[in-house]
Design a protein around this ligand. Structure first.
Ligand code: HEM
Ligand SMILES: [Ca+2]
Ligand SMILES: [Ca+2]
Length: 300
């Protein structure tokens, strides 16, 4: 089982070292917190929270197109490098992923959360496992409910954890199915659940022939602040992904969206609980898996 302060005896400064690495990386590059938070989601939903998402090579999770826009790998490597100097072979990459995401949220202004540690690193990482376990933006509330419940997460957890989209950014391809090209380079809105002014801004930032590297902030108002603005955006019909907008349109999720839009404290409290569940999905403990020496390869 996981436990609080798992490294108290074996590596007392472990959490402090991860935090410092996240802090210095975020101060150089403000896009780091969003990347670290999404990395955790994509790790925990595929093979559990076991750092399978960090393994490099042909046919690994990182190799799947759904994961090519992930980032934050170099932050994981720096944290691991420091930890291997002070506590060789002791701190798992899986714990580093979870702790770094936790710290990223706090550094962006979100709630401070204590999370248990003791996760072990997985050996398996297969690209074919990614698509069946990661939500797509075209998912309905039912699709997402099914996926989340297969991970032990509820509809409440879905609404709460979607609040992660209060920070970070997205590539145009992640939402341009909400528009349609009508003539050379000119777009029109086909998804009427979107605010027209907001849709106009998005079409300007992501014209039909936009470079594939262009990104747009998930939260048009406070993109670097972890706050409840995501839910306010939903009420204003400014959810970036279709999978965000549907949370307002569905009777089962609307009330919680309205509550969080009006009550940041309530959102932060729920976040703490749902984040704890997210970071505990299918964890490997005891003598399962291994403690990797390098986060991008298994020890063999
Ligand atoms: C439930 C359904 C979800 C869908 C369909 C979804 C989809 C997406 C997509 C398409 C992107 C843009 C990726 C890109 O183009 O670079 C994105 C970004 C992001 N997602 Fe989600 N997501 C979901 C849930 C979550 C959850 C549960 C979390 C974390 C708890 C999360 C955290 C993030 C973050 C932080 C970003 C910004 C990444 C960055 O700045 O690089 N998402 N999501
Ligand atoms: Ca994993
Ligand atoms: Ca925000």
């Amino acid at each position: 089982n996981l436990s609080f302060n798992f490294y108290a005896a074996s590596c007392p400064p472990a959490e402090f070292m991860v935090r410092n690495t996240v802090r210095s990386a975020s101060s150089v590059d403000p896009t780091v917190p969003g990347k670290l938070l999404r990395l955790l989601f994509h790790d925990c939903f595929v093979e559990g929270c076991d750092a399978s998402v960090l393994l490099q090579g042909n046919g690994t999770e990182r190799d799947d197109p759904a994961n090519t826009s992930l980032g934050g790998f170099s932050v994981m490597d720096s944290a691991k490098r420091v930890l291997e100097i002070f506590c060789p072979g002791t701190v798992s990459c899986a714990d580093i992923v979870a702790l770094a995401a936790r710290d990223a949220v706090e550094m962006a202004g979100g709630p401070a959360i204590q999370i248990p540690t003791g996760r072990r690193d997985g050996i398996v990482s297969a690209a074919s496992n990614v698509r069946p376990n990661i939500a797509d933006t075209i998912f309905s509330v039912d699709d997402m409910k099914k996926l989340f419940s297969s991970k032990g997460l509820s509809l409440d957890d879905l609404v709460t954890l979607s609040g992660a989209h209060t920070i970070g950014a997205a590539h145009c391809s992640a939402f341009n199915d909400r528009f349609q090209e009508i003539s050379n380079g000119s777009l029109t809105l086909i998804d009427t659940s979107l605010n027209r002014t907001y849709a106009g801004e998005l079409m300007k930032q992501c014209p039909a022939r936009a470079s594939p590297s262009v990104t747009v902030n998930n939260d048009p108002e406070t993109s670097f602040m972890f706050d409840n603005q995501y839910y306010r955006n939903l009420l204003a019909h400014k959810g970036l992904f279709q999978s965000d907008s549907v949370l307002l349109d569905d009777n089962r999720t609307r009330k919680q969206v309205v509550d969080f839009a009006n009550n940041q404290v309530g959102f932060f409290e729920s976040w703490g609980q749902s984040f704890l569940k997210l970071t505990s999905i299918d964890v490997k403990t005891g003598d399962e898996g291994e403690i990797r020496r390098s986060c991008s390869t298994t020890n063999e």
